[in-house]
Design a protein around this ligand. Structure first.
Ligand code: CP
Length: 343
């Protein structure tokens, strides 16, 4: 069974092919129109979304497939996750039946399911998302889980490939932690780090002490960078990291301390409000472009002059979500057009 939980599970040829297919969809929005006529995809959103939901629904429709969006606990039954326990709580439907039913209806199941924030090990291994794959008879697509956001990663890989004329290797990307009033999940920074490493970029992870990413992800990123001619550096000095940067990719996430001491994490995060992308910081770079997956808090994560300036790529990233979703559906449904694109 082919699933997309994390690009690390996908071979190099398919990853590269998906980037190329996303780029082709960016050039021609009618490409593959109607290719998947008769297919359908169930989109299960446990969490809010603008880009992922809209781009996925439109991408499926453009390819001729019918998307159906389900929001558990709000318009459809809430799901129970425990096995072997009487369901005496408020949830009416067990995940096992829910996924079994959806996989009888649809040809793929997309899932957005953020971190619990209570069980670090379960979140880092995407334990709940993996329950979907264990009960599904059709491909499962990660629409952002506790620990990964492969759809965003593919869109960003296409944007970077396009931006650097097809050669993002050894270009300098700084993935910068930024202050946020909430302890956000690590899915985007994890997937961004892995994506940029796999493109062979020279990546610097800039974050305050205590905001390290999952060590398993760091190890995977180092291996990917080494295999693709790139590098990984880690620092708590953002100004030094910005020196020579060609991309500043801003993202906020909570410290792993949130799992053991949420109040302590909040205090630690609040003491780092100066981690914001400013014009002054950008002027120290090598004419860097600004990236963010959105949604973004203006004046908190990034200053208006930066995000409104000429060197921002955030709307390109959002646009490429549409093209990337089409490439992912093509790959999941294994259509010959993926290998006959001519690229
Ligand atoms: N970047 C992203 O996934 O956006 P949404 O949360 O709006 O889907």
């Amino acid at each position: 069974m082919k699933h997309l939980l994390d690009w690390l599970d996908v071979d190099e040829a398919s990853w590269t092919q998906c980037i190329q297919d996303a780029l082709l969809h960016g050039l021609d929005r009618q490409k593959d129109a109607g290719l998947h006529k008769g297919k359908s995809v169930a989109l299960v959103f446990f969490n809010d979304s603008l880009r992922t939901r809209v781009s996925m629904e439109l991408a499926a429709g453009s390819l001729g497939a019918q998307p159906v969006t389900v929001t558990p606990g709000s318009g459809s039954w809430g799901f129970s996750w425990e096995k072997g326990k009487p369901m005496n709580g408020t949830e009416a439907e067990h995940i096992q039946e829910a996924v079994g039913v959806l996989s009888r209806y649809a040809d793929a199941i997309g899932v957005r399911l953020f971190a619990s924030g209570t069980d670090l090990q379960a979140d880092m291994t995407d334990a709940r998302l993996r329950q979907f794959t264990s009960y599904s008879d059709v491909p499962v697509l990660n629409l952002e889980s506790a620990s990964r956001h492969p759809c965003q990663a593919l869109a960003d890989a296409a944007v970077l490939t396009n931006h650097f004329g097809g050669r993002p290797q050894t270009k300098k990307l700084v993935l910068s932690w930024t202050y946020h009033p909430k302890a956000l999940p690590m899915a985007v920074p994890h997937s961004t780090l892995l994506m940029a490493s796999r493109l062979g970029m020279d990546v610097t992870l800039a974050r305050p002490q205590g905001f390290e990413l999952d060590p398993v992800v760091m190890d995977s990123a180092r291996r990917a960078a080494a295999a693709h001619g790139g590098s990984i550096r880690e620092t708590d000095d953002l100004a030094a990291a910005a020196d020579g940067a060609q991309i500043i990719y801003a993202k906020s996430w909570g410290a792993s301390l949130r799992y053991s001491d949420p109040d302590g994490e909040s205090i630690r995060r609040d003491s780092q409000r100066n981690w914001r992308i400013t014009s002054q910081l950008m002027s120290a770079t090598n004419d860097a472009h600004f990236m963010h997956c959105l949604p973004v808090r203006r004046g908190v994560v990034v200053d208006d002059e930066v995000i409104d300036g000429p060197r921002t790529l955030h709307l390109d990233q959002a646009e490429y979500r549409l093209h990337a979703q089409k490439a992912i559906l093509n790959w999941l449904w294994d259509q010959p057009s993926m290998t006959s694109s001519g690229t």
